[in-house]
Design a protein around this ligand. Structure first.
Ligand SMILES: [Zn+2]
Length: 299
């Protein structure tokens, strides 16, 4: 797993941003969970997982390092967001916010999609970028995701979605909410031809995206400690006036309660996905052995 990042250094920019923290000389990164300092090189070798086990955030481009080297081909990059509602609030002006986020991330919206391979198994992939307006789903995000699912169906490929998001993008109003139905319709067509959708949920994964495509996958995987839900814990507690259990809305809580299928540490993700692609896709190597079946799926 370490190898896939090393082979593609251009896809792995050492962390300077985690929970907004900026380390001046880029030599050390403070873990926002345990507060310990991590030497950047060591942290990168460890796929941005702290010694304490905390999984720091990766960018969409870094996530593409899960694919075999140089196999990613981006699609629909030409789609560009617009400002259909001419949205202005007391906090921000949407067109300005878009421009700032585009300049900072080098992306034109919060989802990157295309196709590639993992251990030779072809797949379509759609990855959200949390640092782009909170990984929120607007029209371009939804259209890219729907097209990725439609192309996967056309080519009879599995689809992998990797999601960290705050939900639907309020700046595009009901057009954002429409993406929930549109993405699920495209996934229904993928399911109809018998190709799987694998969803990897990354911290945090909430609201309109969890209420649509991210929670309907055939196999739902989450990273350790990822927070997953619809409304946040504080909002629920204030609404129902009850204290919620410890670890509520964590990946571990979700797997215990049957909402997701697996919690997989980052170092084991690529091998796990390769096994799943072989098992469900059946397009590459067919030499599946019992060991290939993840423990949580063995009956
Ligand atoms: Zn830590």
């Amino acid at each position: 797993m370490k190898e896939w990042f090393r082979r593609q250094p251009k896809h792995f920019t050492p962390a300077t941003r985690d929970s907004g923290q900026q380390i001046p000389d880029n030599m050390w990164v403070k873990c926002s969970s345990c507060g310990e300092l991590n030497y950047v090189k060591q942290l990168n070798d460890n796929l941005k997982v702290c010694k304490c086990g905390y999984h720091m955030r990766l960018t969409a481009r870094e996530w593409l390092g899960l694919l075999d080297a140089d196999t990613f081909v981006e699609e629909d990059a030409e789609l560009a967001p617009s400002d259909p509602l001419e949205f202005v609030s007391t906090k921000d002006v949407y067109v300005q916010k878009l421009a700032e986020n585009q300049e900072r991330t080098g992306l034109n919206d919060a989802l990157v999609s295309g196709h590639g391979t993992i251990q030779g198994n072809p797949l379509h992939i759609a990855v959200s970028e949390f640092t782009f307006i909170g990984g929120s789903m607007g029209s371009v995000y939804g259209e890219r995701l729907a097209r990725a699912a439609e192309r996967a169906a056309e080519l009879q490929h599995p689809l992998l979605t990797i999601t960290a998001t705050g939900g639907a993008r309020q700046h595009e109003g009901v057009l954002s909410l429409m993406q929930m139905a549109k993405t699920n319709m495209a996934l229904t067509r993928l399911a109809a031809i018998g190709q799987p959708h694998f969803a990897l949920l990354v911290d945090p994964c909430y609201a309109g995206v969890m209420a649509s495509y991210a929670s309907v996958a055939d196999v739902i995987i989450a990273e350790p400690g990822a927070r997953i839900g619809f409304a946040g814990q504080r909002v629920i507690e204030q609404t129902i006036r009850q204290k919620l259990p410890a670890h509520f809305q964590t990946a571990e809580f979700m797997v215990e309660h049957g909402m997701i299928d697996m919690v997989v540490p980052r170092a084991e993700l690529r091998a796990t996905l390769a096994r799943l692609l072989r098992l469900y896709g059946g397009t590459a190597s067919n030499d599946v052995v019992a060991d290939d079946i993840p423990a949580t799926l063995q009956v």
